[in-house]
Design a protein around this ligand. Structure first.
Ligand code: F6P
Length: 357
């Protein structure tokens, strides 16, 4: 008999359900009796003992379903060691619930913050297996996270739709893409959608270079320009500020997001009509794309296999086209970013894409 606790934490994304289904299918197909405790709304469920007992039937028909059947929430790692408003020790509470239910392990699906807490629980002596979820693809130790490809599809669709209007009206269009502090999503959606300029946090931009790229297109007779701008894009000047100076700038920031600041500057310097489109959380929504369904199912199956073998303390990752076990202590607290010198950036530049650098 295996007693498994499962939770999804942090921002949701596509294929969370597919991954959980993969774990459960593997366990149930093995013939080993299994009890599944689904903790609701992420770590909150584990802290407050809020769970539902689930059976194989709960995981049936969810391969294609977006979101998470368990619900999710953000429980910042930095607050985990602080008592809650009633003085409850959250880490102790999570351990108590784990032991009270006599769990063999926890299966935790999440991104960067989630992995810090998962690793802390491992250090506290709990058996933990994790699965890499995030549309940002910024988890260290895995080449790919599930959710990412689905989000690339949505952001690309958005750029595709903008293309026609940009062409009809001869405008400059900025599509602001999610990704938090990294540019994988913007880079991939930007290239897939044929963006002319791609701005990502890893390559601080110079607004003059951005304007030059737009002007060059105008001189060549192109009536419109599409920019894919990461929500975390940063100018060279801002990147040179100290943390304190940057914080001060952001405290007085008058724009809803970075794209609006860039739009205003482009408009002033070129006189062109500039519009901003922000697909926002649509990028995390809807049904997972086929790649993510397969990928999340594979990761889930391997997590199930690890549980059957009693192998704990790992994230199931993907490296060089193979599913791998990555020690949690190696994942926690590290960010994977786009390498400015990587092949894909060089190839994008060969295609004439400007990064504003
Ligand atoms: O990490 C996923 C993500 O969608 C980021 O791309 C984005 O910055 C953030 O979450 C948005 O968070 P929230 O859903 O809390 O607004």
């Amino acid at each position: 008999m295996k007693r498994i606790g499962m939770l999804t934490s942090g921002g949701d994304c596509q294929a969370l359900n597919a991954a959980m289904r993969g774990v459960v299918k593997c366990l149930t197909c093995s013939g080993e009796p299994v009890e599944i405790y689904g903790f609701l709304e992420g770590y909150k469920g584990l802290i407050y003992g809020n769970f539902r007992m689930l059976t194989g039937a709960d995981f049936s028909g969810i391969l294609t379903k977006g979101g998470t059947i368990l619900g999710s929430s953000r429980t910042p790692f930095k607050l985990m060691r602080e008592p809650d408003e009633n003085g409850l020790d959250k880490v102790e509470a999570m351990k108590q619930n784990y032991y009270k239910l006599r769990l063999d392990c926890l299966v935790i699906l999440g991104g960067n913050g989630t992995h810090k807490t998962a690793n802390m629980l491992r250090e506290e002596g709990l058996n933990v297996v994790t699965l890499p979820k995030t549309i940002d693809n910024d988890l260290w130790g895995t080449d790919m996270t599930f959710g990412f490809q689905s989000a690339v599809n949505i952001a690309t669709d958005c750029i595709d739709c903008i293309h026609t209007t940009a062409a009809s009206h001869g405008r400059v269009f900025i599509v602001e893409v999610m990704g938090h502090k990294v540019g994988f999503l913007t880079l991939n959606a930007g290239m897939a959608g044929g963006a002319d300029i791609i701005l990502i946090p890893e390559i601080p931009y110079d607004i003059k270079k951005v304007v030059d790229a737009i002007n060059k297109r105008s001189e060549r007779g192109s009536k419109f320009t599409i920019l894919a701008v990461a929500e975390g894009a940063i100018s060279k000047e801002d990147a040179a500020l100290s943390k304190k100076e940057y914080k001060k700038k952001m405290a007085d920031y008058k724009y809803p997001s970075v794209s609006y600041e860039i739009a205003e500057k482009i408009q002033k310097k070129t006189g062109l009509d500039v519009r901003v489109t922000v697909p926002g959380h649509t990028q995390r929504g809807g049904s997972p794309c086929p790649y993510d369904r397969v990928f999340a199912s594979r990761l889930g199956a391997q997590a199930g296999r690890m549980i059957l073998n009693g192998e704990y303390g790992f994230m199931v990752g993907y490296k060089n086209r193979e599913i791998v076990k990555v020690p949690l202590e190696d994942v926690a607290g590290k960010l994977k970013m786009v390498e400015p010198e990587s092949d894909i950036i060089q190839e994008a530049k060969l295609l004439g894409i400007s990064f504003g650098d």
